[in-house]
Write a new protein. Structure first.
Length: 208
């Protein structure tokens, strides 16, 4: 899983170094997926490929890349992973393309910081539902609704147990691998930040 995560992280760093203005979402997705495969991934992420959404399309939680051209001032949501020796990784970053608006920048930074705060609160024996509640409460306090779970298990499948949800009575256990992914979606844009975590003797964020 750590190797899978490193492959995804290399591709994300490549994406962060690019100037995608003028490219379509599909063109950028193809460039990133090429990097993922070139670096050793056994398949494209998630079977159907990465999530690569810009501008107004970022308000959709899960959507396919389109012919929309990426513009200066857009937020860009990249949700990707890799597969190595059958094991998956998963990560999401919201990038600022050029001079984004004040609200967009604030929300993008908020989701990233919220992810970090949630990660700080995870420990072996801690209640899974409490992490979801922490994320949901923070987003509500910000004035938004939280539309999805706070994360999911990952391993031989891209979505496994445990679900990081409000209903779970489960606790975090040594050996678990999962994601944490807070997101906010307004009527005009969205932002999400996600990392894959392996919980062993120490908590390890393998996609950072």
């Amino acid at each position: 899983m750590e190797k899978s995560a490193r492959i995804a992280l290399l591709a994300m760093r490549k994406a962060e170094s690019m100037d995608p203005v003028g490219m379509t979402e599909l063109e950028l997705a193809a460039e990133i997926e090429y990097e993922i495969r070139k670096n050793g991934s056994e398949s494209t992420p998630f079977g159907s490929g990465i999530i690569c959404l810009s501008g107004k399309n970022t308000k959709y939680i899960h959507a396919f890349p389109s012919e929309k051209k990426i513009q200066d001032g857009d937020l860009l949501v990249l949700d990707m992973g890799a597969v190595y020796n059958g094991y998956n990784s998963d990560m999401t970053r919201t990038l600022e393309i050029g001079g984004v608006g004040k609200e967009e920048r604030e929300i993008a930074e908020f989701t990233k910081n919220l992810k970090e705060e949630a990660l700080d609160g995870i420990e072996v024996g801690g209640k899974i539902s409490e992490i979801h509640k922490f994320i949901e409460d923070k987003i509500k306090k910000k004035g938004h609704k939280f539309y999805h779970l706070s994360g999911h298990g990952v391993g031989l499948e891209i979505h496994e147990k445990p679900s990081i949800s409000p209903q779970k009575l489960d606790v975090f256990q040594k050996g678990m691998a999962f994601t944490i992914e807070p997101g906010i979606y307004t009527k005009s844009f969205g932002a999400r930040s996600e990392d894959t975590i392996i919980l062993d003797n120490k908590k390890k964020v393998v996609t950072s």
